[in-house]
Design a binder for this molecule. Sequence first.
Ligand SMILES: *Cc1c(COP(=O)(O)O)cnc(C)c1O
Length: 348
Amino acid sequence: MLPLPVLERAASEMTDYNGSGQSVTEMSHRSPVYDKIIKDAEASLRRVMKIPDNYRVLFMQGGASLQFAAVPLNLLGANKKADYIISGQFSNKAYKEAKKYADAAVVASSENENFTYVPKIERGDIREDTSYLHICYNNTIYGTRYNYIPDTGDIPLVADMSSYILSEPADVSKFGVIYAGAQKNMAPAGVTVVIIRDDLIGHEAPTTPSMLSYKLMAENGSMYNTPPCYSIYMLGLVLEWVEETGGLDAMKERNERKAALLYDYLDSQDFYKAPVKKEFRSMMNVTFVTGSKELDAKFAKEAEGWDLYNLKGHRSVGGMRASIYNAMPEAGVERLVEFMKHFASENS
Ligand SMILES: *Cc1c(COP(=O)(O)O)cnc(C)c1O
């Protein structure tokens, strides 16, 4: 979901942005009016996430999935070693992509228990001469999240935060690179946000495509070519909404309340099961199953009759998944719990 006030504002500005006589979808990305849009979006992101001055913000394309390649290409350096923690499907995809370029190693995995937890690692588990450690901070498909930040010492920590970014405050200074596709908590698909510490820019492999070069993107203010203009504009509106509604501290409080509604209900009954270990429960993606494929399918179908959509679990795991990103109102979660109770009483 995107926040309704943001969609309404975008609708009202669709044919004439701020008296410019043009739609954002039409204007030149080199025009002064668009220049202000992209600069304001970056400034808002810096304020909202308290991004330190020695970090650059890049607006790239290709989704988080293209960052799976961009990260090794830009960060590997001479020894070509990269360490990965596998905590679900996206981190596994990132690892597989890195293997094309790197001596990539899996330092920990939670596959042995079907990704129902996040591996705990210590400094000694990482190779001393690895170029970075890659993690996926919130595992969208399985509904788990890190409840700690791995200590990597001087080794850069790289995090895919696609389904976590802007859900609560995060200490950017603990990470070398943070990246996130827009479409979970930030904007419609199109822009991919990369937040990178200055000193990690400029070590790319010579074969790195220009469009994946952090250096080139940084030097050109994310406008080496035409950026995903509209998605960046929407990101700006979403960030304004985040600031107006109290910033990330308030966001965290609301998100905790929403998630608690679901988890408290799940813990109070035995019709549904929540497979994730409690200390790793995601605040954004809540997964549960009935134990019967037929009932799971029936659940997702009947939920639509209650105006509750997209509850089917990812095609690779089945069951149900409630993605309750920032823009999902508390009333939406309350309605889901109401439906879950109704469905349980009808089917048990
Ligand atoms: C959705 C998602 C992706 C894939 O994002 P794209 O922008 O579609 O490439 C990658 N990682 C995580 C954690 C995600 O939630």
